[in-house]
Every structure is written in C-alpha cells, then in structure tokens.
Write a protein that binds this ligand. Structure first.
Ligand SMILES: [Zn+2]
Length: 283
C-alpha cells in the first residue's frame, strides 16, 4: 500500500476532529446518555471513519475512532467499531451521495419513535422545506442484522428515520448536514409535542404547503413532503405508492425538472394533501 500523502493525512485528521466535535455537540444537547449514539463519515468508496463502541460521545478523542471498509472490517484503529455500524453501512451502500451519518436518542424524537408516530405533519415551514417527512422504521433489536433491513425501505426517499422504540438516524452529503438534520428533526418533534399539549398542532393549508414544496424544489432539497409525495432534486414525479425506489433509480437524480413536471408535482401534492386533510388527525 502506498504511504498516505500529507494532504490525505490532513483530510483524515480533519474528519476525525469533526466527528469528535459533533460527538460533543450531541452529548451536550442531551441527544444521548452515557455511551449512546454513533457517528460516521465516509472518506472514500470503501473507507469509513466511525465511532467506537463503549465511549461517551462527549469524551471522544481522534485516536479512539475506527476506520472500516464497506463490509465493516477494521482497517485502522485500536477499539472496536460501534455495534450499530451495520445501519451506517447500509445507508452508505444504498446512497453513494451520502458522506456523513448521525445516530442518537434525542428525547422528543425518541418519544415519537416509541409512540410509533412519524414526523409527517405540515406545521412548520422550515420542517416542510428542509427536513421533509421522517418515517418510523419497524422495531429491530439494536446491533442486529434486522436493524439495517428495517431502515432500507426508507433510505432512498428520506433524509432520516425514527427507529421504533429506539432513537433517530439522519444522513447527509456530509457530517455537518447530517447533524443539522438531526437538530431539525428533534426540534420538529419538540415543537409539535408542545403544540399538541395546547391542542394547537394545526397544519398549514394546502396552498401554503404547495408554496413550500415549490420552494423546496427550487432549493434542491431531498425527501418527501408532508403530503407523502416524493420530491428529491431533479427526480421524476413519484407517487406515494412508489416509495421504495431501487438503487438504480436513485442514480437518475441528475435529470432536470421542467415546468410541466413541476406542475405535476404540485398537482400530486395538492391531491395528497386534500386526501390527507380528510383523515382524522392524530390526537
Ligand atoms: Zn441507538
């Protein structure tokens, strides 16, 4: 194997620093207790830096991190990688565009996960545009093979999931993005919980949601809208019944959306929102 260049070494040192910094942030924010949670960054196609098992995210040091390949074999590092590594590897395998992943147990989002309630309501404009909908992945024992399998059907069309009776997982083009998505996810869960206590979790009107969906398209955000319509950047219009997009389909993300497609998206969102509004609200 070739000796790493100075540039490579600096890049890896920066990745490790970033992971430790995000670790401190999630710990300080109370997104996990004791050794909860795990964080990873993809360095190249087959090299991933990930947090070790048994270390508090608030006490991470660069030398504790572990480099693994796509199969989870350790390439570098003294400690064992997190036991929840398989769900990280699953996301990286399915989404070549993803560069960073955060898994934690933030209290409000985890409460929704325990209740089995997805974050799919149109109450906050920022959540509609930036986060999209966050589904609940069926319960699977942490660290088991069933866990990556339970998230697989949500990976293509969302930016994160609630893990039933467990916590939350977000993925982004880089670690910072994945972390901000986690912050937004928890914030959305918290505000909606508080609003529900006031009997005031009123959803935005169809027109307002349409405007937000158009804005979302313009800004190139990915994921479903609260209406259940998939609107990744540049991807063709998909119906809610086509949620499990295959890996191959994800590679068509470069197709540009034209005006006619945009109109179709808006129409579908309108239909979906209208049908949704006729459903009884979750109390
Ligand atoms: Zn966990």
């Amino acid at each position: 194997m070739n000796e790493p260049t100075n540039e490579q070494m600096q890049k890896e040192a920066k990745i490790k620093q970033d992971i430790c910094e995000i670790g401190r942030k999630v710990y300080e924010k109370g997104f996990g207790a004791a050794n909860d949670g795990n964080i990873s960054v993809r360095l190249s196609t087959n090299e991933i830096w990930i947090t070790p098992t048994g270390v508090s995210k608030g006490a991470l040091q660069p030398e504790m991190l572990v480099k693994v390949n796509g199969q989870g074999e350790v390439l570098e590092g003294e400690l064992r990688p997190t036991s929840e590594m398989k769900m990280h590897l699953k996301v990286y395998e399915m989404r070549p565009d993803i560069g960073g992943i955060v898994h934690v147990h933030p209290p409000y989002a985890t409460a929704f996960a325990i209740a089995g309630l997805p974050l799919d309501f149109a109450t906050l404009p920022e959540s509609v545009v930036l986060l999209g909908t966050i589904p609940v992945a069926k319960y699977a024992t942490p660290s088991s093979q069933a866990l990556p399998e339970s998230i697989a059907s949500h990976v293509m069309n969302h930016q994160g999931v609630l893990l039933e009776n467990h916590g939350a997982l977000t993925w982004g083009k880089d670690l910072q993005t994945a972390y901000y998505l986690m912050e937004s996810l928890e914030f959305t869960a918290k505000i909606n919980w508080i609003a529900r206590q006031m009997n005031g979790a009123r959803e935005l009107s169809v027109e307002r949601v349409q405007e937000l969906v158009a804005l979302r398209e313009k800004m190139g955000f990915m994921g479903e809208t609260p209406a259940g319509v998939i609107c990744p950047p540049g991807i063709d219009v998909c119906s809610a019944s086509e949620q499990s997009t295959s890996i191959k389909e994800s590679q068509t993300l470069t197709v540009k959306i034209d005006e006619q497609q945009m109109e179709q998206i808006v129409n579908r969102v309108t239909e979906a929102v209208i049908s949704r509004l006729q459903l009884p609200k979750i109390k």
